[in-house]
Design a protein around this ligand. Sequence first.
Ligand SMILES: C[S@@+](CC[C@H](N)C(=O)[O-])C[C@H]1O[C@@H](n2cnc3c(N)ncnc32)[C@H](O)[C@@H]1O
Length: 413
Amino acid sequence: MSQPLAPTEHFERRDGSIERQIRLGETIVGRSALPVAAEGAPDPHDLAAAHDQAWLRLPTAPSLAPGAAPVRVVDLFSGCGALSLGAAEACRALGKRFEPVLAVDIEAWAVQTYGRNFPGGQAVQDSVLSFLGPDGLRADTLGRLTGGVDLLIGGPPCQGHSDLNNHTRRDDPKNELYNSMARFAAVLEPRWILIENVPGAQHDRSGVVQRTWKQLGAMGYRLAGGVLEGVDIGVPQRRRRYFMLASRDRQPPAVATIQAALQQPPRPLSWAVADLLDAPVSADAYDSPSTHHPRNQRRIAYLFQHQLHDLPDPQRPACHRDKPHSYKSVYGRMHWDKPAQTITTGFGSCGQGRFVHSQRQRTLTPHEAARVQFIPDHFGFGPQRRGALQAMIGNAVPPRMAYALCLALMAGA
Ligand SMILES: C[S@@+](CC[C@H](N)C(=O)[O-])C[C@H]1O[C@@H](n2cnc3c(N)ncnc32)[C@H](O)[C@@H]1O
């Protein structure tokens, strides 16, 4: 049996813009364009990089062809909506219209941000579990969802899948959060499903990933699952995530096939943030770096004075100084010409990873971290506190990763 094709991207320069074509084999299944002022006749990878960089820097969301067919979307554990943003970009690439129906997150800041960026649907602050009754979705939930759902997406929280506390794992309610995707699917019967988690979720002792897979298979879905590395498809950051894809229409391509079809050379930190180097520091937390304790500010200065990227042990706190450790990247300075390490919710602290800016004596601003996460300037966080920004940005699924997988689910449909 032949393997399902994954969509590919092709870029062409037009007057003042770059056109993106999506092809399935030889068939063009979508066209979209972005205004780009780039000069010259660059190779295809440069055109792709110029297109994506222009998308990241766009101050307002790109417009859609009028009359595009709607894709009705439910996003569970939505966070700020980065997974939805990637799905929306896949819709745009295929000439479809992303229509938000319902987003659910337990945090107020997340639903505020989701609602701001995806108006028209309902963004609800609640636990996903409270939507579920013993026999499926509660009647009042179903009432919200009249009109059907095409795409169900979600990134359940991943702390429950750490390797700690294996003996209590079977009873960890966090595992059931993952399985709630299948419980929603049983009632909503969406055409497509995308579930995101850390790679370790596959090895969860309670087998929640395998159980969810089986349940979706029994409902008639065809499934694919695998780990996608963001840096391989143009995210300027190393980030590996496990995705499960399910489709009622056809067998989804393997994740490795999707990755190979959208392969890009590694994009360095400078690609993502060079234009923000001396952006005016604002009163708003989004464009200002964290303030560090004087001890940490001295550590940052030391890296620059000695042109280092790793902080030597004698400059570290006692817990690193006095015994062997494997935290080389902690207190580290980022490399301008290499992809960033995984952005976490700790990106504002030099003691939580390699988050010191490559060229300036500070850590990344939330704006810079958002760019490294492939979140564009036209995504509005609004006035939020630093902690909320760090949680939303650090937890986000880079929209380019969500785009790649949603494109593979929906292309040709
Ligand atoms: C990994 S993040 C999701 C990121 C999101 N998919 C994105 O791309 O922006 C997990 C989210 O689940 C939310 N969460 C945790 N427990 C929850 C629950 N019981 N019900 C709803 N949301 C929950 C957290 O607040 C967090 O925003």
